[in-house]
Design a protein around this ligand. Structure first.
Ligand code: NAD
Length: 246
């Protein structure tokens, strides 16, 4: 499909449903991986479950709300791989609560993971991403149309869209691209609650009449990360079965 042979990919939130599918596909396509998330043991178990291949896999505990840990992961990629070609910001937190019940801490926590985390990862990685490289930020349908009882999450995802488009101006002169994917409802641990409470209605409103799978997001991320998308930058690809059409 797409060739990522020899490319170095750094993923945040790599234990998540979508990032795991992305890591597995990237590995199949020949990329070296630096997988980061909160739980190092779970990351290691996942890394070992991936099929043997020539390319290397490293794992590191990184809390994306912690600037030093993010910076250190990028430095690790530099030391071990000599640089980065692909950054995928997958870490995410989706807490259900109405605005009137959001404490300052709730607001800050959601912004810390979903927005600060993207900023920290991009800022640290940008100087070491090589010519021809690609950033894929995982936004969300929520960033385009809002999300019931997830206003802080939706605000972050909308901000990620604007942030990513702004990166284009700084990265294009160096031959680096930046894009977003905006998934709709994808069956992962993150959406278990919403699928259980509101799944039938969501499916009824989705022209394709089903939820998406993590693999169906991973393949679009791989496209954007690859040379097949060499002139695509500042773009957002919706992956939602027609639930929201821009
Ligand atoms: N599943 C969906 O329907 C959907 C839709 C739109 C966007 N997304 C986005 O896709 C991305 C992946 O989500 P997913 O569905 O695979 O969810 P998931 O819950 O399976 O994965 C999220 C991952 O982020 C990690 N994480 C949380 N806080 C972190 C922190 N402080 N530092 C580092 N890692 C942290 C978690 O440990 C987890 O492994 C997220 O950005 C999410 O917002 C998902």
């Amino acid at each position: 499909m797409f060739d990522l042979k020899g490319k170095v990919a750094l993923l945040t939130g790599a234990n998540g449903g979508i990032p795991r599918a992305t890591a597995a596909l990237f590995r199949k396509l020949g990329a070296h991986l630096l997988l980061t998330d909160l739980d190092p043991a779970a990351l290691e178990t996942f890394a070992q479950s991936l099929p043997a291949a020539e390319a290397r896999i490293l794992t590191a505990r990184v809390d994306v709300t912690n600037r030093e840990e993010v910076d250190e992961a990028v430095a690790l990629a530099g030391r071990e791989f000599g640089g980065i070609d692909i950054l995928v910001t997958g870490a995410g937190l989706y807490v259900e609560q109405p605005v009137t019940e959001m404490s300052d801490e709730d607001w800050r926590l959601t912004l810390g993971v979903n927005l600060d985390g993207v900023f920290y990862a991009c800022r640290a990685a940008m100087p070491v991403i090589r010519h021809g490289g690609s950033i894929v930020n995982i936004a969300s349908m929520a960033g385009h149309r809002g999300s019931v009882r997830h206003a802080h999450y939706a605000a972050c995802k909308a901000a990620v869209l604007g942030f990513t488009r702004s990166l284009v101006h700084e990265l294009s002169p160096r031959g680096i691209r930046a894009n977003c994917v905006s998934p709709g409802i994808i069956a992962t641990p993150m959406t278990e609650g919403v699928m259980a409470s509101n799944g039938a209605a969501l499916i009824a409103n989705t022209p394709m009449r089903r939820f998406g799978s993590p693999d169906e997001v991973a393949s679009v991320i791989a496209f954007l990360a690859s040379d097949a998308a060499a002139f695509v930058t500042g773009e957002t690809i919706h992956i939602n079965g027609g639930l929201y059409m821009d």
